[in-house]
Design a protein around this ligand. Structure first.
Ligand code: UD1
Ligand code: CA
Length: 465
C-alpha cells in the first residue's frame, strides 16, 4: 500500500499570543511540527507535503528537505488547507495520512494501527479519535448504530446533544487519496466559523455511500491539540513523561522523574543516575555510569562515561571520561576536558581546553586557554584574557603548577613542568621547568603587632570620650 502524508501547518495560532508561529513552539525542546514529521516518517509515509502559510519561510527553513511544501496564502480552514496539496498529490493512488502540525504527541505506532484498520475495513476514511471527559474545543465524532463514523461536528456548530458526546476528533486521519480530493471539492464554508472544514469530508463520504471508520486511541495525551499555552504546558508534561519512560526502560536511573527535564534530542547511556532538578537539553549526549545532578543544567554538550556533574551548568562543551565537575561550576561554550579532569567549586571555564588529568579545584576563571596534561591550577588563580577590547590566549604546558591566587596576564605561555608561585602576577612567558615568582618580597617587623594594636585601641577610646 502506498502511503503519503499531508501535514497542516499554515495557521498563525492566535490563541498562543506569540510572535513565534504556532507549529514552531517547542515541546521538550523540539518544535511541534518536528515531532509530527518524525511520527509520520516513522509510520513509513512516502511523499510528505507540509501546508505552510503563516511563517512559511520559518517552517520551511526548520524542516528543510524533509518534506515538500505547498503554500496556503489565506487560512480559510483545514479543508482548504488540504486542498492546496492537490497540485502535488492529486494524481496519486494510495492512502493519505492527514495530520495537524499542532498535535505533537501522536505516535507512529498509533498511525500504523490506524492504517491497518483502514486497509482491512476498506473505508474511504479512518479518523483517529479519543474519549475525553471534557471534550470542550474539539470536534465531536458522531457514530451510527453500526459503529461507523457518520460525521464530525465542530464545537461551535454542535447541538446540545452533539456537545454532550465525549468522543473527539484528534485531527489525524487516513483517506483514500483520490476520494479525499473529490470530496474536498464539495466542501462549503457554510458553518459557524465560515471556514472550509476538512471534517465535512466525512459527512460527504457518508452521503455518497462510503464508509468511515473511527480508531480510538487509549493514550489521551496523543489527542492533545495545542491551541494555547495551557495545552502547550500539558503537551510538555506528557512528552516529558514519555521521554523519561524511554530512558528508564533503557537503563537510566531517574531518582525523581517528575523533577527531571530531558529534551527530546538527548541521549543517555545505561547505568547513569540522574538526580532531581536536572535539565538536559538540545543535542546533549551522556555516557554510561555517570552521576548527574542534583541541579545540573547541561545543554548541547557531550559527556563521556563515569562523569559526575553536581549543581553546575555546562553549555556547548565536551567532558571526557572519569571527570568530575562541581559543585557550583560554570562550563561556558567551548570548554573541553580530557580524561580524569577535576573542575571544583566556583570555577568558570570558557573556550578553554584541559588535557587529561588536569585540575582546577576552586574559585578560578580559565578563559581562552589551552591547558596541557596533569596541570594543577591553584585556588583563586585566573587567566586575565580581556583588556576591554581584545581576547588573548593563555597556554599552560603539561605538568605545570600554577599556585593559588595567580594572575596570568594573557597572552602568556607557561612551559611544561614550570612552577608559578602563589600570588604571582605573570606578565612574561615562563620557560619549561622554570620557577616564576612575581610578587613583593615579605618583610617582618619584630614585635610590631603589639604596637599597632595599642595605636588602634587609643584611637577608639578617644572617639568614645
Ligand atoms: C481541528 C479540527 C477538530 C479537531 C481538532 C484537533 C477542523 C475543522 N477541526 O480543530 O475537529 O478536534 O483540530 O486538534 O478541522 N490550519 C491550516 N490552514 C487553515 C486552518 C488550519 O493549515 O486554514 C492548520 C493549523 O495550523 C493547525 C491545524 O491546521 O496546525 C488545525 O487547525 P486549528 O485551527 O488548530 O483547528 P482546531 O480548531 O483545533
Ligand atoms: Ca488545533
Amino acid at each position: 500500500m502506498k502511503v503519503m502524508a499531508i501535514v497542516l501547518a499554515a495557521g498563525q495560532g492566535k490563541r498562543m499570543k506569540s510572535k513565534l508561529y504556532k507549529v514552531l513552539h517547542p515541546v521538550c525542546g523540539k518544535p511541534m511540527v518536528g515531532h509530527v514529521l518524525d511520527a509520520v516518517r516513522e509510520a513509513e509515509a512516502g511523499r510528505t507535503v507540509v501546508v505552510v502559510g503563516h511563517g512559511a519561510e520559518a517552517v520551511k527553513s526548520y524542516l528543510g528537505d524533509a518534506a515538500e511544501y505547498v503554500l496556503q496564502e489565506q487560512q480559510l480552514g483545514t479543508g482548504h488547507a488540504v486542498r492546496q496539496a492537490e497540485a502535488l498529490l492529486g494524481a496519486e493512488e494510495g492512502t493519505t495520512i492527514v495530520i495537524c502540525g499542532d498535535t505533537p504527541l501522536v505516535q507512529a505506532s498509533t498511525i500504523k494501527s490506524m492504517l491497518e484498520l483502514h486497509a482491512s475495513s476498506g473505508a474511504a476514511a479512518t479518523v483517529l479519535t479519543a474519549s475525553f471527559d471534557n471534550p470542550t474545543g474539539y470536534g465531536r465524532v458522531i457514530r451510527g448504530e453500526d459503529g461507523t463514523v457518520q460525521r464530525i461536528v465542530e464545537q461551535k456548530d454542535c447541538s446540545p446533544e452533539e456537545a454532550a458526546v465525549k468522543e473527539i476528533n484528534t485531527g489525524t486521519y487516513c483517506f483514500d487519496n483520490k476520494k479525499l480530493f473529490e470530496a474536498l471539492a464539495k466542501v462549503t464554508s457554510n458553518n459557524a466559523q465560515g471556514e472550509y472544514y476538512l471534517t465535512d469530508v466525512i459527512g460527504i463520504f457518508r452521503a455518497s455511500g462510503e464508509s468511515v471508520q473511527g480508531y480510538c486511541t487509549e493514550d489521551l495525551a496523543e489527542a492533545i491539540g495545542v491551541n494555547d499555552r495551557i495545552a502547550l504546558s500539558e503537551a510538555e508534561r506528557f512528552m516529558r513523561e514519555r521521554i523519561n519512560r524511554k530512558h528508564l526502560l533503557n537503563g537510566v536511573t531517574l531518582i525523581d522523574p517528575a523533577s527531571t527535564y530531558i529534551e527530546a534530542g538527548v541521549q543517555i547511556g545505561p547505568d547513569t543516575t540522574i538526580y532531581p532538578g536536572t535539565v538536559l537539553s538540545g543535542s546533549t549526549v551522556i555516557g554510561e555510569d555517570c552521576v548527574i545532578g542534583p541541579q545540573a543544567d547541561i545543554a548541547d554538550s557531550k559527556l563521556g562515561s563515569s562523569v559526575s556533574v553536581k549543581y553546575s551548568t555546562v553549555a556547548q562543551s565536551e567532558i571526557g571520561d572519569d571527570c568530575s565537575v562541581g559543585p557550583y561550576a560554570n562550563l561556558r561554550p567551548n570548554s573541553k576536558l580530557g580524561t580524569g579532569c577535576k573542575i571544583g567549586d566556583f570555577v568558570e571555564l570558557k573556550n578553554a581546553s584541559l588535557d587529561d588529568g588536569s585540575k582546577v579545584s576552586h574559585l578560578s576563571y580559565v578563559g581562552d586557554a589551552i591547558v596541557g596534561k596533569d596541570v594543577n591550577i591553584g585556588c583563586g588563580a585566573i587567566t586575565v584574557n580581556y583588556d576591554g577590547y581584545n581576547k588573548s590566549v593563555t597556554e599552560i604546558g603539561d605538568h605545570a603548577f600554577v599556585g593559588s591566587n595567580v594572575n596570568l596576564i594573557a597572552p602568556v605561555k607557561i612551559g611544561d613542568g614550570a612552577y608559578v608561585v602563589a600570588g604571582s602576577t605573570v606578565t612574561q612567558d615562563v620557560p619549561a621547568g622554570d620557577l616564576a615568582i612575581a610578587r613583593e618580597r615579605q618583610v617582618n617587623k619584630p614585635g610590631y603587632a603589639e604596637k599597632i594594636r595599642g595605636r588602634a585601641k587609643a584611637k577608639k577610646e578617644k572617639q568614645q570620650q
